[in-house]
Design a protein around this ligand. Structure first.
Ligand SMILES: Cc1cc2nc3c(=O)[nH]c(=O)nc-3n(C[C@H](O)[C@H](O)[C@H](O)COP(=O)(O)O)c2cc1C
Length: 414
């Protein structure tokens, strides 16, 4: 019976344990978690979602306070088009977050940053270019392009000195999305260094509709493996979404994946950025406590615990402080939904917005409990303590379990 450790992910001469911890915004995949993956010989992700906010928490900077102060005059205005990010400050925050993480890196593994296209930040191209360039400047090993098709993202950094040396990868959920990406980027003469194929059981935003249950990661991986072979494209494929045990991972490697990307099992580790109380919510969740809904203003379905405080909360939009989901014209689907409810209930002190959520604020406050489909199995990966809580795990324990376990077993903590 094989285990994950019998395989290696190869990037040229670099050989890695074929386990990638996926990006989990906002700072759930913390620097500490990514550093553990790298120390153990795999790949860890930090996230570039709301980096100024993350930097404030991590380094005591004042990026958010400054922006909120600058745009305070606009708080009651429904038009957010004037609320723009200072590109210099954005670069500074990214540089600090990435640079200090890279300085702390030990071991033979790599650290990548997860970059979401849907973080349009009221100036999609300019802000994405700054985020990508600053991460490269600060020495990130690689960038994973996610939450969007990223048809123009490579071109934004084609003149960067590290464009051909850093590892650049994309996340797709279908062969069609991959074909589109390759076609749009053909003129650059630079293929992605890896392709993450994310199926319908993943956490965060999904590349599927509400009919996600009709899709199967094995089938999508098999189709993309076949396509890459037919096109003679030698690009490592990384399977993601619902890979819960080392044996699940081996199953994907045996059908042609070069590695797996996993996340949910790491949400309940000490190193993950969620507050401990929220980690207990993840442990306790049963299958019926998890849903895929449409409350994200991005337009992508998202999986989360039904008890997430973000669901139904009718808070005033916080775009002056955050504003990460404003499209290029100062719009966000939550602002529209919120204004509608306020107009419908003019005398109510508190409104409820059921169809959309202020994702920036709720992700910032760890009140949107996004999670993978198999979150309800987390309780089987730990021990129930006398006080009724579950023992948090170490990232090393979970990583090693993926790396060495066989027979669909999950190792419990000592
Ligand atoms: C809590 C959580 C947050 C996530 N946030 C992001 C994100 O910000 N960007 C992204 O591309 N993927 C995100 N994901 C997806 C993961 O990176 C990963 O590909 C996927 O969840 C793997 O499946 P698994 O969780 O079943 O192991 C998130 C997943 C989880 C569980």
């Amino acid at each position: 019976m094989k285990c994950v450790d019998d395989f290696r992910l190869k990037f040229g001469k670099t050989e890695l344990v074929p386990i990638v911890i996926g990006g989990m915004g906002v700072d759930i995949s913390s620097a500490e978690l990514a550093l553990e993956a790298a120390r153990l010989g795999g790949i860890g992700h930090i996230s570039d979602a709301m980096v100024p906010t993350v930097s404030d928490r991590r380094f005591n900077t004042d990026f958010v306070k400054e922006k909120a102060k600058l745009y305070k005059y606009n708080v009651a205005n429904t038009d957010k088009s004037t609320v723009i990010f200072d590109l210099g400050r954005l670069a500074e925050a990214t540089h600090m977050h990435v640079g200090q993480t890279m300085e702390a890196k030990r071991g033979d593994g790599l650290i990548f940053i997860n970059c979401m296209e849907k973080l349009s930040m009221n100036a999609p191209r300019d802000t994405l270019r700054v985020r990508l360039s600053a991460a490269l400047d600060a020495g990130i090993d690689g960038i994973t392009l996610s939450a969007g098709l990223h048809l123009g993202s490579f071109a934004l950094i084609e003149d960067h000195p590290r464009f051909r040396d850093a590892k650049l990868g994309i996340i797709v959920s279908s062969v069609r999305a991959l074909q589109l990406f390759l076609r749009k980027n053909a003129r650059l003469g630079r293929l992605p260094d890896y392709i993450v194929v994310e199926g319908p059981l993943a956490g965060g935003h999904l590349g599927f509709g509400l009919d996600w249950a009709k899709y199967d990661l094995h089938a999508i991986v098999a189709e993309i493996v076949q396509y890459l072979q037919a096109e003679q494209l030698d690009i490592p494929l990384i399977a993601a979404g619902g890979i819960f045990t080392g044996s699940d991972a081996v199953g994907f490697i045996e059908i042609g994946a070069a590695a797996v990307q996993v996340a949910t099992r790491f949400t309940v580790t000490h190193e993950a950025g969620l507050p401990d109380k929220v980690k207990q919510e993840y442990f306790r969740a049963n299958e019926q406590d998890i849903e895929v809904n449409n409350i994200s203003p991005t337009g992508y379905p998202m999986r989360m615990l039904k008890s997430s405080p973000a669901i139904g909360a009718g808070i005033r939009p916080n775009c002056e402080a955050y504003g990460y989901l404003l499209d290029g014209n100062g719009n966000c689907a939550y602002i529209t939904a919120y204004n509608r409810e306020v107009a419908l209930h003019p005398n109510d002190k508190k409104v409820f917005v059921m169809d959309k959520t202020c994702l920036c604020t709720h992700m910032r406050n760890f009140d949107c409990w996004t999670c993978g489909h198999y979150t309800y199995r987390l309780k089987d990966t730990s021990r129930l303590l006398d006080d009724g809580s579950y023992r948090l795990l170490s990232a090393e324990h979970v990583f090693r379990d993926y790396q060495f376990s066989t027979d669909n077993r999950v190792a419990l903590p000592a």
